[in-house]
Design a protein around this ligand. Sequence first.
Ligand code: NAI
Ligand code: 15L
Length: 273
Amino acid sequence: PAPRTVLLTGAAGGLGTLMRDLLPAYGYDLRLLDARPVEGEPGAITADLGDLAALREAVRGVDAIVHLAGISLEAPFEKILRSNIEGTYHLYEAAREEGVGRVVFASSNHAVGFTPRPRGATPLSDSALIPIDTPHRPDTFYGLSKSFGEDLAQLYWDLHGLETVSVRIGSCFPEPTSVRMLSVWMSPEDGARLFHAALTAEDVGHSVVYGSSANTRLWWDLTSARALGYDPRDNSESFAPKLLAAEGELDDTNPDHAHLGGHFCTNPPIWPF
Ligand code: NAI
Ligand code: 15L
């Protein structure tokens, strides 16, 4: 049966806030969790991913988990270790102990951020797109934690039969704000479509997919996402004239533009907390 009750971790964050608005239209009953209080949601669970007992209680009785909680930028290794590596492990342990069947894991393009940016005329030919089985090449400790999360998901599928869809999200914000984002942008509405597909597709085992809209300037292969039933409707190209006028085309001599992960490879934004 299709999942109905879904735990959304990271519900106070940017993506969590967008998904709190968009996912209920697909028929989900969301249970919310974050280390911070979730504004306007007095019923949300305030708990840290370090608290295994709280996580066990939070996952009890849910059909699936959309796991967005964690440090979403670069940080000292010890902080990444606590929130993203140990925290994700705790969540999987809680899910296993409570018999939850599926997790949708917010992985990131930064798990493969040091992959060279594909070059060629727009749109790229299918053979030039970055395949989903490209080796992990994290660009930061943050990206490393997402590589770990994908491997953890694979282990819990192989060992325990707990399913995961790992979504290597590009940039999911209301609008793309740079020329790079024209290639990796996922509109919030397409994000909800992809999470819904990941929650409802049958027999996903551990599937890894890229998360973006159907952008004209796409860098990666969306085949594995489409195989879940994902049918993106949006395309960043309508934002291209404004962004290109401000920044120009990507520059082959600029190190910030050399890799999939963009400036995360050179000067990553640092988690402020
Ligand atoms: P965000 O930083 O706005 O939200 C993350 C949330 O996780 C915050 O509300 C924070 O309080 C919570 N959190 C952090 N550490 C926690 C802990 N130890 N225990 C409990 N909660 C904790 O990030 P955003 O943009 O909403 O991203 C959500 C997820 O999606 C993150 O895992 C991020 O890595 C991933 N992602 C997001 C992308 C995007 O474009 N927004 C792109 C790629 C991946
Ligand atoms: C991410 O993984 C970050 O969480 C998000 O804030 C964006 O920076 C995104 O990648 C990106 O690559 O644009």
